[in-house]
Write a protein that binds this ligand. Structure first.
Ligand code: GLU
Length: 283
């Protein structure tokens, strides 16, 4: 298929551990979407959470993707090298009155009531920066989950986009990166459905376009818990059986035995026969 300059997707793992079956499914789903449409597929390392980064996980994930035949386009972007971009976005929001410094401690903010919205009360120092939410409903059409609506002022309240001692929040970094990398389509796990309205609000506040969203079903273990590095899901290694199982999880047609066990051949077959309508919701 001809290269399609209008489609640009991405896989954005956090290097907090090796690729497990759940993250493989996300990588595979976003890859198949991009490649079946002749688009580009980028990889971005979301390594801002330094406490959770694991030494070696970054190169481990990349080697594993390569092993499965999931080859990315262009250089791998690392969030830790892009801090200036996130701080520039934060400055824009502050300058336009769309974010504000907040002096409340974590304990005080469980149900944040906007204490610092109109300015830091005397005697308080900034501990974080919050995005100012409003009463407008944010709605978007997810390609799998359909119409999703959220009133941020009621459901998340003014949320933290940066801590005063440095760390940029995931919500802000992902929005800046998706925009600056020209991502047209975000395909990722359904655990992030909930974050999407916050990201759309940030996109609007920063004058960025909103990509299309396609949230993939979550892989759960026998106890019904989402596979994750936190629940110690085991690492996958590039093997045809694992790839076939991941394709089956995404509802894709079985790869005939004559395609063989070469992972690149299996991926090629999967791209050619990919049909997003065969993917079904998990929640
Ligand atoms: N880094 C996030 C994760 O590992 C994914 C972010 C995204 O795809 O927007 O869950």
């Amino acid at each position: 298929m001809d290269a399609n300059p209008r489609y640009r997707g991405r896989f954005a793992p956090s290097p907090s551990g090796s690729l497990h079956f759940g993250s493989l499914v996300t990588a595979l789903g976003s890859f198949l979407e991009a490649k079946s449409q002749g688009g580009q597929w980028l990889v971005r390392m979301e390594d801002l959470d330094t406490a959770r980064n694991q030494p070696g996980a970054d190169s481990d994930i990349l080697r594993c993707l390569e092993g499965f035949g999931l080859e990315w386009d262009g250089p791998v972007v690392r969030q830790s090298l892009r801090l200036a971009h996130y701080h520039a976005a934060l400055d824009t929001l502050l300058r336009n009155g769309l974010a504000y410094p907040c002096g409340c401690s974590r304990r005080e903010t469980r149900h944040y009531s906007g204490t610092c919205r109109e300015g830091l009360p005397p005697g308080k120092i900034a501990r974080s920066f919050r995005f100012k939410t409003n009463a407008l409903e944010i709605a978007f059409n997810d390609r799998l989950y359909g119409l999703i609506r959220q009133r941020l002022d009621q459901e998340t309240g003014d949320f933290v986009i940066c801590r005063a001692d440095g760390p940029i929040a995931y919500q802000l970094a992902v929005v800046v990166d998706d925009a600056e990398q020209g991502i047209s389509d975000v395909v990722r796990g359904a655990d992030l459905l909930d974050s999407t309205p916050r990201q759309i609000a940030l996109q609007r506040a920063l004058g960025y376009p909103t990509p299309r969203y396609f949230h993939l079903p979550l892989v759960r273990n026998a106890q019904g818990v989402k596979l994750s590095k936190q629940t110690r899901a085991s690492a996958v290694t590039p093997e045809p059986g694992t790839l076939r199982t991941a394709l089956r999880f995404l509802g894709q047609p079985a790869v005939p035995p004559e395609v063989g066990d070469d992972l690149h051949k299996i991926i090629e077959y999967a791209v050619q026969h990919y049909d997003y309508k065969l993917i079904t919701r998990s929640i």
